[in-house]
Design a protein around this ligand. Structure first.
Ligand code: KIV
Length: 283
């Protein structure tokens, strides 16, 4: 692991906390980055080793996303993910992370019942998991929950557009095009006290207009280059999860294929008696 970490270029280009790039990225850094026009970088992680790699590479924010329901647990959507599972994964990510701002998803039915339920569960993510901020899906419909959490000084990131927890109502993971509704949702999230908002799967020009209308940073996924930052599911961009191929994902590596190749080589060498060799044993 340490050889991999040392090989990293790390922190290429300007980052969220600019000149102080070694200290942890904070919520005010996200807001200041927007003011400076510095684009924010975010990726997802669900465990210690991946968080450590992303942090070393200089990503500004790590999301412990409930996408773990699909890419880690192998389910068809994120709806079954529990708060206790999010806390478990957050603890692992926090141990691997020195600099990036760790934001944790509030899973389905952990915030919808009442603002009090939302606040209690956000508090658990902070106290038991170590989350630095929480994220929850929904615009106008989630505004009261966001307000309750933000009022307790827990930073909240909103998430509008395609909200994966609405997959049953939407009938699939579809691009969202109702501009008036999208803008209304984004403004509601900002007014409720969110410090940033994810815009997922909407036309690029709509995302640009929403970004222009807001004061808080927008973090796009499938929302074009006009957002203040970008986020991707790490398993998608590294080629570790091949069951869905969203158009908005750029494949930066084929790690999944490399793993299959390495493991089949290992199996072959063990079967042929080539591994372990003399240097892998003890005298
Ligand atoms: O759960 C997740 O990974 C997310 C991102 C897709 C933004 O919410």
């Amino acid at each position: 692991m340490s050889a991999i970490i040392k090989a990293s270029n790390g922190h290429a280009g300007s980052s969220a906390n600019g000149a102080n790039e070694k200290r942890p990225v904070t919520v005010p850094d996200f807001l200041a980055a927007r003011g400076r026009g510095t684009r924010l970088t975010m990726l997802t992680a669900y465990d210690y080793s991946m968080a450590r790699l992303l942090d070393t590479a200089g990503v500004d924010g790590i999301l412990v996303g409930d996408s773990l329901g699909m890419v880690v647990q192998g389910q068809t959507d994120s709806l079954a993910v529990t708060l206790d599972e999010m806390i478990y994964h957050t603890r692992m990510v926090m141990r691997g992370c020195r600099r990036a701002l760790v934001v944790v998803d509030m899973p389905f039915m952990s915030f919808q019942i009442s603002p009090q339920q939302a606040l209690e569960n956000a508090g658990r993510l902070v106290k038991e998991g170590g989350a630095r901020a929480v994220k929850l899906e929904g615009g106008v419909r989630s505004a009261e929950a966001i307000q309750a959490i933000a009022t307790a000084d827990i930073p909240v990131m909103g998430h509008v557009g395609l909200t994966p927890q609405s997959v049953r109502r939407l009938g699939g993971f579809r691009v969202q095009r109702d501009e008036a509704k999208l803008l209304e949702d984004a403004l509601a999230v900002e007014k409720a006290g969110a410090f940033a908002v994810v815009l997922e799967c909407l036309p690029s020009e709509v995302a640009q207009r929403i970004t222009d209308a807001l004061k808080i940073p927008t973090i796009g996924i499938g929302a074009g280059a006009g957002c203040d930052g970008q986020i991707l599911v790490t398993y998608d961009m590294l080629g570790l999860y091949d069951e869905l191929h969203p158009r908005f994902v750029k494949q930066y590596a084929e790690v999944g294929q490399q793993i299959v190749q390495a493991v089949s080589e290992y199996c072959q060498e063990v079967r042929e008696g080539k591994f372990p060799a003399a240097e892998h044993g003890f005298r």
